[in-house]
Design a binder for this molecule. Sequence first.
Ligand code: FES
Ligand code: FES
Length: 171
Amino acid sequence: MQWTINGRVYHAEPDIRTSLLDLLREDLGLTGAKKGCDHGQCGACTILVDGRRINSCLTLAVMHQDDAITTIEGLGTADALHPLQTAFIRHDGYQCGYCTPGQICSAAGMLDEAARGWPSHASADLTAPDLGDREIAERMSGNICRCAAYPNIVAAIAAVASADLRRAEAA
Ligand code: FES
Ligand code: FES
């Protein structure tokens, strides 16, 4: 069996009941995505599949052999950080860091959802979602931070969202 992860093809022969999270961590050595709860409650395992954020603990690896999978290892590197990684450092958006890969992958997916105009439960205007703090908190509510770094996580995401907005307005 094979998977395309961060633009690279990986081969493995896991049990067909293996979750995508366990494939990444146990079979392929990609340990960026974390296992917090293993049943869809914490968001620590969030990755991007074809650009959409998902909980990798809740899906089977065999279902994703034709998908483009992106993990935190593929979003940025130590020498070329993703803007969200830079913002999390600048805004001190973590303490222990266990939830951080999931937070950042989720934020990347969330910013794309907002750019497409998808509203959330907190959107006052369903036709033009505005990424204020409340909106960001709602959209990121699937990602739990046991250290409660939430204000700084929201500030980091807001900084990237407003930079994206400025770029879009200048284009
Ligand atoms: S480990 Fe997947 S949601 Fe908690
Ligand atoms: S930084 Fe520790 S769980 Fe979020």
